[in-house]
Design a protein around this ligand. Structure first.
Ligand SMILES: Cc1cc2nc3c(=O)[nH]c(=O)nc-3n(C[C@H](O)[C@H](O)[C@H](O)COP(=O)(O)OP(=O)(O)OC[C@H]3O[C@@H](n4cnc5c(N)ncnc54)[C@H](O)[C@@H]3O)c2cc1C
Length: 471
C-alpha cells in the first residue's frame, strides 16, 4: 500500500481516540443534584485533580473530599495524551538558583518521579501499561538536529543533571535501539515511562472513589469563589478549593486567559507484526522524539501499535478542543513525519487520529499556587508535559492543603500566592497570531532543511526560529 493510500485510511477514520477503544468505563459517577459541603472540593477530573484527591485521602483518610468534572473523567488532556510519563518539567530554567543549576532537591524530585509513580500504580493495582523504558530524543531527520540534540543535552547538564540522567547515544548506539532512516545521534534518559493514558485516568478514578472521595461527573463548576462553587444543579461549600482544569479552563474560571489552550494531537497505526517491530526497534518500549522544534513524540503501545504526536495549533477565540476529531491535514502531516522517520512504515494503515488541549501559562513553565486567605489552590501550566508532573504536583497540593511541611512544598515551583497574580495572556487575536506565525516559521525551516540543508536562507531561517523559541 502506498503512503497516499494510508492517508486515505486516516480520512476514513479521522476522529477516534485509540485510548478509549474498547475500554470499560468502570468509573461513571452521577452528576451533583443537590447542595453539599466538603472539607476540600476539587474542580477537574484529570490527573491533577485525581492525584490531589488520592494523596489527600492517603494523608488524612477522614477528610471529606468532593471532585466535580464537567464532562466525564479523563475528558481533558488526561484521556487523550501521548502517554509519556516524564520525570521532567517544561521550562526548568525558571527554577534555577544563583549558580544557574536546579537545586539538588528539585533534581531529585524529578529523577525519582517515574519510579515513585510506578510503585504507586503497582501498589494500587492500576494497570495502565506502565513500562519504564526511558526515552530517546534523536537527531533523525535533518543534520541540523544533531546540533539541537547536543544543545538539549548541554542544557540538562547545565541544570545539574548527571551523565546517568541524560547521556549521548552515538549514531550506532541509536540504531541499536531504534532504526530511524537517518541516525545522527541522540540524547537518552531513563526518566520516562510509557503509559496508556485512559487506563491511568480511569484506574485512578476507581481508586479515589474506593478511598471515599465523592466524584460527580457531568457537573460543571460555573463560578468558583472563596469557599463556594456554583454548579449546574447544586452549590458546594468547601473550606478549601482546588482548580485543576488546565487547558480546559473556560470563562467563569479564574484560570481563564491565565492558561490558554493549545491543541496537539496524535495518530496511531494498526497493530504491527513482530517482523515489522524487528525492523523498527523499540525493544525496550522506549519513548521516542525527534529533535524538531515542533515536538514529535512517539510510543510503542502494549497492543503493538506506533502512536505519533506532533505539532500544535490554536482554535479561534482561544477555545479548548472538546471533540476528539483533529484536523485531517494535521493528521496527514503526522503520518508524513512518521514515514520520513521510518520508511519501514510505508503501506501501514493509520487507524486513529485525535487531539486535545494542553494548558500554556504566559510564563511557559508550570506552577503550584496556594492562597491560604482565599482557600483556593491550583496546579498546572504544564505546557504539554503534565502526565508525570501531575503526580508530583497532586502530591504537593495534598501536602500544602493538609499543612504538611515537606521537601515537596519547598520546591521552586511552589508559590504561596493567588491565582489572580498569575500573568494574563494578551487579548485575542494576539496569542493566535503569535502561535500561528511561530508554527509557520518552524514549518518553513523544515521545508528549507529538507531541500537546502546548510544554505544561507536555511541558516537565516534557523536563526529566526531560535529567536522565536527564546522569546
Ligand atoms: C494530544 C496530547 C498529547 C499529550 N502528550 C503528553 C505526553 O506524552 N506526556 C505528557 O507529560 N503530557 C502530555 N500531554 C499533556 C498532558 O496530557 C496534560 O498535561 C495532563 O493530562 C494535564 O492533566 P490535568 O488533570 O491538569 O488536566 P486535564 O486532563 O486537561 O483535565 C482538566 C479537566 O477539567 C475539566 N473541567 C474544565 N472546566 C471545568 C469546570 N468548570 N467544571 C468541572 N470540570 C471542568 C475538563 O473537562 C477536564 O476533564 C498531552 C496532551 C495532549 C492533548
Amino acid at each position: 500500500m502506498s503512503s497516499a493510500t494510508s492517508h486515505a485510511e486516516t480520512q476514513q477514520a479521522p476522529s477516534r481516540s485509540l485510548w478509549w477503544d474498547g475500554l470499560e468505563r468502570n468509573s461513571t459517577s452521577p452528576p451533583l443534584e443537590t447542595d453539599t459541603s466538603a472539607d476540600i472540593a476539587i474542580v477537574g477530573g484529570g490527573y491533577t485533580g485525581l492525584w490531589t484527591a488520592y494523596f489527600l485521602k492517603h494523608i488524612q483518610p477522614g477528610l471529606d473530599v468532593v471532585l466535580v468534572e464537567a464532562k466525564h473523567i479523563g475528558h481533558g488532556a488526561s484521556g487523550r495524551n501521548g502517554g509519556w510519563l516524564m520525570g521532567a518539567l517544561e521550562g526548568c530554567d525558571a527554577f534555577t538558583d544563583d549558580s544557574g543549576t536546579l537545586p539538588i532537591a528539585a533534581r531529585e524530585q524529578l529523577t525519582r518521579l517515574v519510579a515513585r509513580a510506578g510503585e504507586t500504580l503497582a501498589k494500587e493495582n492500576i494497570d495502565c501499561d506502565f513500562h519504564h523504558g526511558g526515552c530517546v530524543m534523536a537527531a533523525a531527520r535533518h543534520d541540523a538536529q544533531i546540533g539541537r540534540a547536543k544543545k538539549t543535552l548541554e542544557g540538562f547538564h547545565r541544570l545539574g543533571f548527571r551523565e546517568d540522567d541524560y547521556r549521548w547515544l552515538t549514531p550506532s548506539e541509536l540504531s541499536e535501539r531504534i532504526q530511524v532512516a537517518n541516525p545522527g545521534g541522540a540524547v537518552f534518559t531513563p526518566h520516562v515511562a510509557r503509559i496508556q493514558p485512559a487506563k491511568l485516568v480511569t484506574g485512578l478514578a476507581r481508586v479515589v472513589k474506593s478511598q471515599g472521595v465523592r466524584v460527580f461527573e457531568h457537573t460543571r463548576a460555573h463560578t468558583i469563589q472563596s469557599g463556594v462553587i456554583q454548579c449546574d444543579r447544586g452549590t458546594i461549600r468547601a473550606g478549601q478549593i482546588v482548580i485543576a482544569t488546565e487547558g480546559y479552563s473556560e470563562a467563569g474560571n479564574p484560570l481563564h486567559r491565565r492558561l490558554i489552550p493549545v491543541q496537539t494531537g496524535m495518530v496511531a497505526t494498526e497493530p504491527l507484526s513482530d517482523a515489522q517491530w524487528s525492523s523498527l526497534g523499540f525493544a525496550d518500549r522506549e519513548t521516542f522524539a525527534d529533535c524538531t522544534r515542533a515536538a514529535t513524540y512517539l510510543q510503542r503501545t502494549a497492543d503493538h501499535r506506533l502512536v505519533i504526536g506532533a505539532r500544535g495549533h490554536y482554535l479561534p477565540g482561544g477555545k479548548p478542543q472538546h471533540a476528539l476529531g483533529d484536523l485531517e491535514t494535521i493528521g496527514r502531516h503526522r503520518e508524513q513525519i512518521a514515514l520520513s522517520l521510518f520508511p519501514q512504515l510505508t503501506g501501514v494503515r493509520f487507524t486513529h487520529n485525535w487531539g486535545g488541549s494542553v494548558g500554556v501559562p504566559r510564563q511557559w513553565h508550570p506552577h503550584i499556587r496556594q492562597n491560604r486567605e482565599s482557600g483556593i489552590a491550583t496546579a498546572g501550566g504544564y505546557v504539554g508535559e503534565g502526565v508525570g508532573a501531575s503526580f508530583l504536583f497532586g502530591q504537593t497540593l495534598a501536602d500544602l492543603l493538609t499543612e504538611q511541611d515537606t521537601e515537596r512544598t519547598q520546591m521552586p515551583w511552589v508559590q504561596r500566592r493567588s491565582i489572580e497574580e498569575l500573568k494574563r495572556w494578551e487579548p485575542e487575536p494576539f496569542p493566535r497570531l503569535g502561535l500561528k506565525a511561530t508554527m509557520m516559521a518552524f514549518a518553513a525551516e523544515e521545508w528549507f532543511l529538507d531541500r537546502y540543508p546548510g544554505a544561507l536562507p536555511t541558516r537565516l531561517m534557523g536563526w529566526a526560529c531560535d529567536q522565536l523559541e527564546t522569546h
